[in-house]
Design a protein around this ligand. Structure first.
Ligand SMILES: [Zn+2]
Length: 288
């Protein structure tokens, strides 16, 4: 690991800092870069009058967090572009095929449980998906419930964050099925996406996910650090449909910065490039 994995459409997986990230923070893709949907230009669908859930945008709420309101996400398509199937190994993707200038925020692990972030999420109504890892969340499952109540989905990220490829098929299944049953019990939901720690997976991971009832594996094209974003694209640009990775982290991991500062910095970068944030689950259809 450490060198970029070439991807379709001339995008490269960022290989910078993989070893350090593997040792500590996570968030480095070490395998399985996939193609993106390509550059879609600026086609815009109908837009809602307000936030992602249809509520009105409140500029004062955004100003409170040092932000100007973002363009609301367009209404999601009736026909979800990614369709998961029960047949075969779980499907792996790092982006959603779309021409809209939208990206999808995903937040991993769950170590940091900053009450201010719940306040921020409630006020801004920017959608995100939470890939929760049991070891990180078990001290306080309840923290994530108000975030879930806002419409944000909870997805699977293993019991204790191993490099999945280092485990055999049974070990991988224990990690995914184990987290799955805990998340189902705690959050009364059935996660239908899996994210392998460090983005490292193999065919056994895809098969284990499917055996645990999860038929999609969501990777990413961008990873938010403390103030900076790492891009697969050497031109450091977002592309329509990209999945963006962030983490529940606090001042200890973010060199003094808080979760809300990290999140605000991420939104600024997305906004500056003219993108809106949409909800990943609105674009992925689980098997019927
Ligand atoms: Zn993780």
């Amino acid at each position: 690991m450490g060198t970029g994995v070439s991807a379709a459409f001339g995008r490269l997986a960022a290989g910078v800092g993989c070893a350090a990230l593997l040792a500590g923070l996570g968030g480095c893709k070490v395998a399985g870069a996939s193609g993106s949907s390509g550059d879609g230009g600026g086609a815009h669908g109908p837009e809602r009058g307000g936030g992602a859930d249809g509520t009105r945008v409140d500029p004062a709420a955004w100003a409170k967090w040092g932000l100007t309101p973002m363009r609301p996400a367009p209404a999601p398509p009736a026909d979800k572009p990614i369709k998961l199937s029960r047949k075969g190994p779980a499907k792996v993707f790092s982006a959603v095929p779309t021409k809209e200038k939208i990206v999808f925020i995903t937040i991993d692990d769950g170590a940091e449980k900053d009450p201010k972030f719940v306040e921020m999420a409630r006020e801004l109504r920017v959608p995100f998906s939470m890939f929760l890892m049991d070891d990180a969340v078990r001290t306080n499952y309840g923290y994530f419930k108000p975030l879930q109540a806002l419409g944000n989905h909870i997805q699977n990220h293993t019991l204790n964050h191993p490099v999945m490829r280092s485990l055999g098929p049974e070990g991988q299944k224990r990690q995914i099925c184990g987290d799955q049953s805990i998340l189902e019990r705690q959050y009364a939901t059935k996660p239908f996406l899996f994210r392998p720690p460090y983005g490292a997976y193999n065919l056994a991971t895809q098969e284990a996910a499917a055996a645990c009832g999860i038929h999609g594996i969501a990777l990413w094209h961008e990873s938010m650090q403390i103030h900076d974003m790492q891009y697969d694209d050497p031109a450091k640009k977002l592309h329509p449909g990209d999945i963006v990775l962030a983490h529940f982290r606090g001042p200890k991991e973010l060199k003094g910065s808080t979760m809300t500062q990290m999140f605000a910095a991420m939104l600024k970068k997305i906004h500056k490039q003219g993108f809106a944030v949409a909800r990943l689950e609105d674009y992925v259809r689980p098997p019927a």
